[in-house]
Design a protein around this ligand. Structure first.
Ligand code: PAF
Length: 282
């Protein structure tokens, strides 16, 4: 496995692989890898000739009061976990190389970035879109792999890929869950035992929403009320939002029909957690 820290060296390697007519699969991550990330690496191995994993805790997607400095990091552990996959390259750029003094250009995907998590994290997706654009320019991926847990992020990346004419196919894989349903996230690391137990209510609330729809409820307000009261049984959880929305536009729906996404975000102890389910209501 080659390790690149310098963006220009990463780019030169990617160009060399392209000249050899190899396809490149990119798995962008912020490290502290879990089974969810590893499922993306596994899929990339099956799909592309060359697999590049990037690990970079991207400062521009965090606001000053958010958890950039506390975000879990353990490169040795990540390298060990990646060892089993025989990937071709690990890209570990330094922030000063990607965002040198005088950096001024950001990529903004309109509308989608303002919905759902965009309300409480207004600059988050601008940071994500900017780093993904940079990674795509440097790594030249034919395929890029993302998990469904970050549904809004994936939609935004699909939009930017189309709008900026990247020849990259975005491949999404199902959310990987713990034995009790909690969506895997590097941030779960920050949960105390009590918070970890409390956090399972988030997926239970989504499943309650799904059951309500399955039993014929079509009024999103009634479904959301029931979901909110279930989460409200654990006062320690601070719900940021729960919404039932159109899975393409992320606009809240007035009546549940066809495909919808039920999505939520909540602060559980020190961790901000997100989860979602896409449901076909028929
Ligand atoms: O989902 C993540 O880990 C990050 O948002 C990403 C896509 C690697 C961009 O920094």
């Amino acid at each position: 496995m080659r390790v690149f820290k310098d963006p220009q060296e990463m780019h030169a390697y990617a160009q060399k692989m392209k000249h050899r007519a190899k396809t490149i699969g990119l798995v962008p991550t912020m490290g502290y890898l879990h089974e969810g990330h590893l499922s993306l690496v596994e899929a990339a191995k099956k799909k592309a000739d060359i697999v590049v994993v990037s690990i970079f805790v991207n400062p521009t997607q965090f606001r000053p009061e958010e958890d950039f400095s506390r975000y879990p990091r353990d490169l040795k552990r990540d390298k060990n976990l990646l060892g089993q996959f025989d990937i071709n390259a690990l890209f570990l750029p330094e922030a000063s190389k990607l965002y040198p003094n005088g950096f001024k250009t950001y990529v903004e995907v309109e509308s989608l970035s303002k919905k759902m998590c965009g309300h409480s994290r207004p600059t988050h997706f601008r940071g994500v879109a900017t780093i993904i654009t940079k990674l795509f320019n440097l790594v030249l991926p034919d395929f890029a792999f993302f998990g469904d847990k970050d549904y809004q992020q994936r939609l935004i990346i699909e939009q930017l890929t189309k709008d900026l004419n990247f020849p990259t196919r975005i491949i999404s894989l199902p959310t990987v869950r713990e034995f009790d349903g909690l969506a895997m996230s590097s941030r779960n690391q920050h949960l105390s035992d009590k918070d970890r137990a409390n956090a399972t209510i988030l997926q239970r609330a989504l499943l309650l929403g799904k059951e309500e729809i399955a039993s014929g409820e079509r009024n999103p307000h009634k479904i959301l009320l029931r979901m909110r009261s279930l989460i409200g049984t654990i006062p320690a959880i601070r719900l940021d939002y729960v919404t039932i929305a159109d899975p393409e536009t992320l606009e809240e729906v007035k009546a549940v029909k066809g495909k919808v996404i039920i999505a939520l975000a909540a602060q559980v102890g020190k961790a901000r957690l997100i989860d979602n389910l896409v449901i076909n209501a028929g």
